[in-house]
Design a protein around this ligand. Sequence first.
Ligand SMILES: [Ca+2]
Ligand SMILES: [Ca+2]
Ligand SMILES: [Ca+2]
Ligand SMILES: [Ca+2]
Length: 356
Amino acid sequence: MDGLEEASIDAPRFPFVPGSRLKRRHGRFLIGALALFAVLAAACGAGSSDTAPGDAEQTATDLTGVEQAEAEPDAAEQPAVEPNESARTQSEQVNLSNNVVFDAQPAWSPTGTRIAFTSDRDGDLDIFVMNADGSGQTNLTNDPATDLDAAWSPDGTRIAFTANREGNFDVYVMNTDGSGQTNLSNNVAFDGLPTWSPDGTRIAFTSDRDGNSEVYVMDADGTGQTRLTNNPATDAEPAWSPAGTRIAFTSDRDGDLDIFVMNADGSGQTNLSNSVALDGLHAWSPAGTRIAYTTNRNGNFDVYVMNADGSGQTWLTNDPATDAEPAWSPDGTRVAYMTDRDGNNEVYVMNVDPSD
Ligand SMILES: [Ca+2]
Ligand SMILES: [Ca+2]
Ligand SMILES: [Ca+2]
Ligand SMILES: [Ca+2]
């Protein structure tokens, strides 16, 4: 149960994926790249902790104003900015969770009315839900173990998640009121980071049961667990495309973490992001034409977006804080994400240009 205790102790700096705890428990580098990603992301923005929580919304507004002022008229005079930055503006970024504790990992409900997220406000990591305007924040899992990685079923009736309540991490599912919490993966290895197929019949997830991290898939009742990737590198964090034909995932097989895509049967594995930075924590746009993701290619973590073929990589956030874990609203007009720009991890939301 060390993992559980460590998670509780480390909750305010909890990494994006359970990999680092897995590494510590097993004493070897199991999900090395993802753990590194998590550690770097958690370390970024540590210097911004002097902002009072009550200033959160004002801070976001101020930062937005600064970014816009610099990005538009003066872009040509700033050597550090990207070529296309002059044409971009940063839309208003709003703090939804607004709580002094750790809040992260937003997941939009299929109707767009609610957002599930992870918070440690009740003493350990649990999955919460709130209305899309930030109101009505409610603890769904209410379990002393580590609960995180919420993923809504396409019909909106269930939420899959990761929990370590039986001594190791497994993929669980519950009804959206928190009832009926059930272990689906039931394997002594690490199992987590679930994503539903758009037809709701299957769940892809990450497991290290073959000795290193791979993407697996199972029926939504936990049966038929099958490996999709088979590579000695770290393969993790699947995200099913809206059309159901492809699965994006993270792998360090090319030397650093990149976002890959494969057909839903595991064939045709292709590197999409192809950068020397850490790229991951990605989300398909509802139309399936774009992928929002997290990268530290500019020296700190920001939310970026690219076309589904890997072209057109550009930023959505441009802030010195850690900005990560994008989740697209079902209507495609907004992206929720995690940021520590107000001194602690919060769920924010921003409008996105449909032409991005
Ligand atoms: Ca919990
Ligand atoms: Ca397990
Ligand atoms: Ca692997
Ligand atoms: Ca940033």
